[in-house]
Write a protein that binds this ligand. Structure first.
Ligand code: RFL
Ligand code: PHB
Length: 390
């Protein structure tokens, strides 16, 4: 058994764990990150693509915004469609704000590079990570290459995602959870093709939802609503492209470039919130505490807003003020609930549910028509989509 000490032991080397470690290290607070997977595995995950203004600023302030600012794409708006016809919601004209299209894979790569440049301590392939005595003298144990290790610390940050162990450590009589599992999934593909349109297209259709997104001028990301238990073999490239074209606006579908897909996966959709987000010396951060369906592009952005509140709390703590620690859960959750509502609303509006029937689908079309015609409705959507203030 080896023993080491750190001020904040961070479990999980995804975007929330890495960003927290980067911000704390720059503020002179020592951290150690324990990640279960290999670095190649973490960097191979293809996930989020849209960053809110607050997320961009957090990355810049943490010294990891340079490549995002040169290689990312600022979008002034997005398209919303129904019945194969779309219209534009112009965030910039409505509220003077934009979003950044820059993949989570790239954010993670930039964070690892910055941590390495500062000699940040990150242990990959850490097995059997266990949280010990979070209500007393906190420490974390793990195994690597057959050796047992122990990390003594002041605080533990559970940044270990939805399937992590941190949330399970909180006693059942303390933790409250709410959950909604949606009756469909998202089938996503990545392809080396030019994006179908200059901005994202969120499409409602009788056959189900579709999303046209992108990573850069020659890399496209598309999703369609699909039964979550569909075997992936059923979705040949041709079947995917045919179904996507049926659901997008006709002018876009007719002109869209297609080609071999380089990644294909089917993800379930859920809304989930766990409260409180702090238990004694353990904090929950990001997906470890909450999950939103991807329709509102909020998951990664919420993880970053949790990091905003927690880094602020810990920096103040080491300066002698515990107010941020005591209010972390409440401050983080206030924003989480609003983003959960927006993600649920946009998911419900844009997808086909088994219980919708003809009436339900007509109501969704009518709401999207109203959105097209109402500046007030578009403003509500825009301020939620670009991100509520911290
Ligand atoms: P992560 O990224 O899941 O990282 C958690 C890390 O913890 C590790 N881990 C452990 N380590 C040690 N011991 C254990 N016992 C451990 N258990 C787990 C894991 O290996 C992992 O490395 O959580 P984090 O950092 O909170 O970040 C959250 C985001 O990744 C997530 O919210 C987004 O990807 C969600 N999301 C989107 N968010 C957006 O803001 N905009 C989007 O456009 C967007 N699109 C998406 C998405 C998620 C998707 N999927 C597949 C879930 C699109 C999709 C398809
Ligand atoms: C993506 O590009 O992966 C993406 C974009 C917007 C979303 C979800 C995912 O709402």
């Amino acid at each position: 058994m080896t023993t080491t000490r750190t001020q904040v032991c961070i479990i999980g080397g995804g975007p929330s764990g890495l960003l927290l470690s980067q911000i704390l290290h720059r503020a002179g607070i020592d951290t150690l990150v324990l990640e279960r997977q290999s670095r190649a595995y973490v960097l191979g995950r293809i996930r989020a693509g849209v960053l809110e203004g607050g997320t961009m600023q957090m990355l810049r302030d943490a010294g990891v915004g340079a490549r995002m600012d040169t290689e990312g794409f600022l979008h002034d708006g997005t398209y919303v469609a129904t019945r194969n016809r779309g219209f534009r919601v112009d965030f910039d004209a409505l509220i003077g704000r934009q979003v950044m299209v820059y993949g989570q894979t790239e954010v993670t790569k930039d964070l690892y590079a910055a941590r390495d440049a500062m000699d940040g301590r990150i242990v990959d392939e850490a097995a059997d990570v266990a949280i010990q005595d979070a209500a007393g003298t906190p420490h974390v144990t793990y195994r690597r290459d057959g050796t047992e290790h122990r990390v003594d610390c002041d605080w533990i940050a559970g940044c270990d995602g939805f399937h992590g162990l941190s949330r399970q450590t909180i006693p059942a009589d303390v933790l409250r959870t709410v959950e909604r599992v949606y009756p469909f999934g998202w089938l996503g593909v990545l392809s080396r093709t030019a994006p179908a349109a200059p901005e994202l297209i969120y499409a409602n259709h009788d056959r189900g939802f579709a999303l046209a997104s992108m990573r850069n001028e020659s890399l496209s990301r598309y999703y369609i609503q699909a039964p979550v238990d569909d075997p992936l073999e059923k979705w040949t490239d041709d079947a995917f492209w045919d179904e996507l074209r049926r659901r997008l606006p006709s002018d876009v579908a007719d002109a869209m470039e297609t080609g071999p897909t380089i990644e294909k996966s089917l993800a379930p959709l859920r809304s989930f919130v766990a409260e409180p987000m702090r238990w004694n010396r353990l904090f929950l951060v990001g997906d470890a505490a909450h999950i939103v369906p991807p329709t509102g592009a909020k998951g990664l952005n919420l993880a970053v807003s949790d990091v905003h509140y927690l880094s602020d709390a810990l920096i103040r703590h080491y300066g002698g003020d515990d107010e941020g620690i005591d209010s972390y859960s409440e401050r983080a959750l206030a924003r989480v609930w609003k983003a959960t509502r927006f993600s649920w609303w946009f998911t419900t509006l844009m997808h086909r549910f088994p219980e919708d029937g003809a009436f339900g689908q007509r109501m969704k079309q009518a709401e999207i028509d109203y959105l097209e015609s109402s500046r007030a409705a578009q403003t509500v959507m825009a301020e939620n989509y670009v991100g509520l203030p911290f």
